[in-house]
Design a protein. Structure first.
Lengths: 410, 368
C-alpha cells in the first residue's frame, strides 16, 4: 500500500513545478482600456515590482527542490516543502496582481480600464493547487485527522486571504471585479437562482432516485428497464435535453393554465430543473442500488434470524450500511448539477450561466469569467461539503484504515 | 423439545424435504448431517421460520411455530451461521446485544450480559468489547457469533455449519469450547454440518439425511457401529472405528507421566529401579517438556540433560482438549507409543499411551 503511494507524489509535485516554470515564461496579466479592446500582455519581467517577482521565481525553484527531495524519499520534508511552495505561489500571485492592478488602473469602480489575469497567472494557480495536493496527501499517513485539520486550515487561510483582498478593494482593478461592479444586483440574483435551480433539482432527484434504486434492487424484473432509462438520459447532450423539453412543456402549459401559474412553461426554470433532475438521477439511483447489493447476504440472513422486522432491518442494517454510498452518489450529482445549471441559462432559466453566454455573445472574456469562476468555486465547495458529510456519516467499523481521496480531488 | 411431524418442503417440483418426522429432546445436541443438497439446512431453517413448510408441522415445546409471530419466535431462538453475519458498523458489544436491544433490555443489563458472554466464549471483554468485526480473526468472529446467539439466553440454539469457514486448528478449539459451554448451559441445539468428525465429536444424537429424507437417526456410537444401509456405511467410511475415537477427549483418558527433571542426577541404583519402565519424559523447572530418555542409555552421576533426547513440544505433544483420534494420529505420525499432553500454557500435564486407546476400543459394545 505504502509502496504504491511513494512513486506518485514526486511525479505530481514535478507536474506542479513544471507548471510553475512554464508560468514564469507566459504573460502574467493583460492591461485593457475597456471590456472589448485587446489589451497588451505583461510578462513577469515587465512588471514594476521586482522584489515580489524575484520571490515568486524563488518559490518556483522551491517547488523543484521539493520534487527532488521527494524523489530521494525523504517524504515528510519534501511534502512540507511542496505544501509551502503551493501556499507561496497562491499568496504571492494574488498579491502581485493586486499590486499591479493598483498601479496600472486608475482608482474608481466606474473606470472601464482593467487588469486581467493572463495564462501565466492561471498556470500559477494550477501549479499551486497541484503542489498543495501532492504535499498534503503525503502528510496524511502521519495521522489522518491531523492532516485533515491541516489541509482545512490551509484552505481556510488562503480563501480568507483572498476574501480580505476583495473586501479591501485591492482587487477592484481586476477585470472580474469590474464586471461584478457593473451589475452587482444581477450577480447576486444569478447566484441565488443558480443555487436554487441546482439545489431543488438535486433534492427532487434524491426523492426520485433513492426509491428508484431501492425498487431496482427489490424487483429484479424492473432493474434492467430502470437502468436502461436512467443510463439513456445520461447519453443525451444537455443542450439537446433542454431543447427537447421546450415543445411538450409549452404545450402542457397552454393546455392547462394552472400549470402556467406554477411557472411551468416551455422555457425558464421548470424545464431546466426537470433536465438537471434527470441528469442527477443516474449517480443517485446507481449508488442506492449498489449500496444495497453490496450488503453481505449473511448479514441480512443473521439479522432476520435474530428476529429483526422490516423496520429494524432498515434501521440497524440497511440505512447505516448504505447511507455513505448513497451520499457519495448525491455528491456526484450535486457537483454535476452545479455545472449543468450553467447551461440552463440558454433556455432562460437564469443562474450564473447568463454571464457566460452574454460574455460569449459580446466577445467579452471578462464577463465570461464572472460566470465561470463562481461556478467552479461553487462546485468545489459543494464537493468538499458533501465529502465531509460522507466521512461524518460513515460508521467507524466500515471506514477503511487509510481512506483514499475521492476521484474529484485527483 | 422440537418436533417435526411429517414435514415436507417443495421448491416447484423439487422435493427438498420429503415427509420427515423426528423429535429432539431438551438439552441435547442434535447434529443434522448429510451430503450437500440433502435438506439439512432447510430442516434447520424451518425451526425458526426462515422457511415455511409445504406440509406437516414443526412444533416447539408442543406449539406449532406457525402460530407464533416470526420475529417473536426468532428472538427466542439463538441462530449461528457459517459466515457469522456480524454487523460491520457495530462494535463486538453492540453486535452481541442486538437481540436484547430488540427485546428492550436496559443498557446496564446489556453491558453486563455482553461481558459475561465474551468471557464464556473465551475472549477478554476489555480487549474485545469495543473492537469492530473487521478487526477480528475468523475464529474470534465466530466466537462473537456464538456469544450473540446466546445473548438473550434462548433455550434453543440453531447452528448452520457454524465452524465451516474456520481453519482446522481453530475449528477443533471451537468444537471443544462449544462442548464445554454446552455442558454448562444445557441448551437444545440443532447443529448442521457436513463434517462427520465434527458430528461425532459434539453430537448426542446424529440425524443423517439424504435427498430430503432421514436415513438414520441414532447416537454417534450406533451410527458408526451399526450403519443402517450401504449409503450410511459409505458416508461414515471404512475408518469408522477411528472416527469413533473423535468422541473421546484426551483429558478424560490421560494418566500421569513418568517424569524426570533436567537437572536430576541418578545413581546406578536409581537407574536400576527405573529400568522396568524404561522411557521417561524430561521437564525443566517450569514444567515445560524438554526431551525424553531411555533408561538403558542413562549414565550414573551425570545430569539427565546431558544424555536426554531433545524434543519440540509442539511437534510431539497434543493439547489437553484434543480428541483421542488426534492422539492416535500423533502416535502414528511420530512413531511413538506414548504422546505427552500439554495444557494451554504448554506445560506437560500427562500422557496418552496406546493402551489408553485400547481401553476405549475394548469398551465398545459392538464388534469392529
Amino acid at each position: 500500500m505504502r509502496e504504491k503511494v511513494t512513486d506518485t507524489p514526486y511525479k505530481t509535485s514535478l507536474l506542479g513545478a513544471l507548471a510553475g516554470l512554464l508560468a514564469c515564461l507566459l504573460p502574467f496579466l493583460a492591461v485593457k482600456a475597456n471590456r472589448i479592446v485587446n489589451g497588451h500582455n505583461l510578462a513577469l519581467w515587465n512588471l514594476r515590482a521586482p522584489a515580489p517577482v524575484a520571490i515568486l521565481i524563488l518559490i518556483v525553484l522551491l517547488s523543484i527542490a521539493a520534487t527532488l527531495v521527494l524523489r530521494s524519499r525523504r517524504q515528510i520534508t519534501g511534502a512540507l516543502l511542496a505544501t509551502a511552495a503551493g501556499c507561496g505561489l497562491f499568496v504571492l500571485s494574488w498579491l502581485l496582481i493586486a499590486e499591479e492592478a493598483a498601479q496600472l488602473v486608475p482608482p474608481g469602480i466606474d473606470q472601464p480600464a482593467r487588469v486581467s489575469p493572463a495564462a501565466g497567472f492561471w498556470l500559477f494557480m494550477l501549479a499551486s493547487y497541484v503542489l498543495l495536493t501532492s504535499g498534503l496527501r503525503l502528510l496524511r499517513p502521519a495521522g489522518q485527522s491531523r492532516t485533515r485539520l491541516l489541509s482545512a486550515t490551509i484552505s481556510t487561510v488562503l480563501v480568507g486571504l483572498l476574501a480580505i483582498l476583495i473586501a479591501s478593494g485591492s482587487l477592484n482593478g481586476l477585470s472580474i471585479m469590474k464586471e461584478f461592479y457593473n451589475q452587482p444586483e444581477r450577480f447576486v440574483q444569478a447566484l441565488g437562482s443558480h443555487l436554487t435551480i441546482a439545489g431543488v433539482s438535486v433534492l427532487v432527484a434524491i426523492l426520485i432516485g433513492v426509491p428508484l434504486g431501492i425498487i431496482a434492487w427489490r424487483r429484479r424484473a424492473l432493474e434492467h428497464s430502470i437502468f436502461a432509462v436512467v443510463n439513456g438520459i445520461q447519453t443525451i447532450p444537455s443542450l439537446a435535453l433542454f431543447g427537447i423539453m421546450i415543445a411538450p412543456l409549452a404545450l402542457l402549459s397552454r393546455t392547462f393554465p394552472f400549470l402556467q401559474a406554477l411557472g411551468i412553461q416551455g422555457i425558464g426554470n421548470a424545464p431546466a430543473m426537470i433536465a438537471i433532475t434527470l441528469y442527477a438521477l443516474l449517480p443517485i439511483t446507481r449508488n442506492t442500488y449498489t449500496s444495497l447489493s453490496v450488503i453481505d447476504r449473511a448479514i441480512i440472513d443473521s439479522g432476520r434470524g435474530m428476529g429483526m422486522g422490516r423496520f429494524q432491518m432498515l434501521r440497524f442494517v440497511e440505512i447505516p450500511l448504505s447511507l455513505p454510498i448513497i451520499l457519495g452518489g448525491i455528491r456526484i450529482s450535486a457537483v454535476q448539477a452545479v455545472g449543468n445549471t450553467a447551461v440552463a441559462a440558454l433556455i432562460g432559466a437564469g443562474g450564473l450561466g447568463i454571464f457566460v453566454f452574454q460574455g460569449l455573445g459580446q466577445a467579452a472574456p471578462d464577463l465570461i469569467l464572472l460566470g465561470v469562476v463562481p461556478i467552479i468555486l461553487l462546485a468545489v465547495a459543494v464537493d468538499r461539503i458533501m465529502k465531509a458529510l460522507v466521512e461524518l456519516l460513515t460508521p467507524r467499523g466500515i471506514r477503511l484504515p487509510d481512506q483514499t481521496e475521492g476521484g474529484a480531488d485527483d | 423439545m422440537i418436533e417435526f411431524r411429517s414435514v415436507s418442503k417443495l421448491y416447484g417440483d423439487f422435493k427438498a424435504l420429503n415427509d420427515i418426522s423426528f423429535s429432539i429432546e431438551e438439552g441435547t445436541v442434535c447434529v443434522v448431517i448429510g451430503p450437500s443438497g440433502c435438506g439439512k439446512s432447510t430442516t434447520l431453517r424451518l425451526i425458526n421460520r426462515m422457511i415455511e413448510p409445504s406440509g406437516g408441522e414443526v412444533l416447539l415445546d408442543g406449539r406449532n411455530v406457525r402460530n407464533v409471530r416470526a420475529e417473536t419466535l426468532r428472538r427466542g431462538i439463538g441462530y449461528v451461521i457459517q459466515n457469522v453475519g456480524l454487523l460491520p458498523h457495530m462494535t463486538v458489544e453492540q453486535n452481541i446485544t442486538i437481540v436484547p436491544r430488540l427485546l428492550g433490555w436496559e443498557r446496564r443489563k446489556m453491558q453486563d450480559r455482553s461481558e459475561e458472554l465474551l468471557e464464556l466464549v473465551g475472549l477478554y471483554p476489555e480487549q474485545y468489547r469495543a473492537k469492530f468485526p473487521n478487526q477480528l480473526s475468523g475464529g474470534e468472529a465466530q466466537r462473537v457469533g456464538v456469544a450473540r446467539a446466546l445473548a438473550a439466553n434462548p433455550p434453543v440454539l440453531l447452528m448452520d455449519e457454524p465452524f465451516g469457514a474456520v481453519d482446522p486448528l481453530n475449528r477443533e478449539a471451537l468444537q471443544s469450547e462449544f462442548r464445554a459451554i454446552q455442558q454448562k448451559l444445557k441448551k437444545t441445539v440443532v447443529f448442521v454440518t457436513h463434517d462427520l468428525d465434527e458430528a461425532i465429536r459434539i453430537a448426542d444424537r446424529v440425524i443423517l439425511m439424504q435427498s430430503g429424507e432421514v436415513i438414520q437417526d441414532d447416537t454417534p456410537e450406533r451410527l458408526l457401529a451399526y450403519p443402517k444401509n450401504r449409503f450410511v456405511r459409505n458416508f461414515v467410511g471404512s475408518d469408522r472405528a477411528l472416527k469413533r475415537l473423535s468422541r473421546f477427549t484426551v483429558k478424560d483418558y490421560m494418566h500421569e507421566a513418568h517424569l524426570l527433571h533436567m537437572r536430576d542426577n541418578l545413581t546406578s541404583g536409581e537407574i536400576e529401579e527405573r529400568l522396568a519402565i524404561r522411557h521417561f519424559w524430561v521437564i525443566d523447572e517450569k514444567g515445560f517438556l524438554r526431551g525424553w530418555i531411555d533408561m538403558n542409555d542413562a549414565e550414573p552421576g551425570v545430569e539427565v540433560r546431558e544424555y536426554m533426547t531433545q524434543v519440540k513440544p509442539v511437534e510431539i505433544g497434543i493439547g489437553i482438549q484434543s480428541s483421542m483420534k488426534d492422539a492416535l494420529s500423533r502416535m502414528m505420525g511420530q512413531g511413538i507409543k506414548e504422546v505427552p499432553v500439554l495444557d494451554g500454557e504448554w506445560q506437560l500435564v500427562g500422557v496418552i499411551s496406546l493402551s489408553d486407546i485400547e481401553r476405549i476400543t475394548e469398551k465398545g459394545d459392538f464388534s469392529w
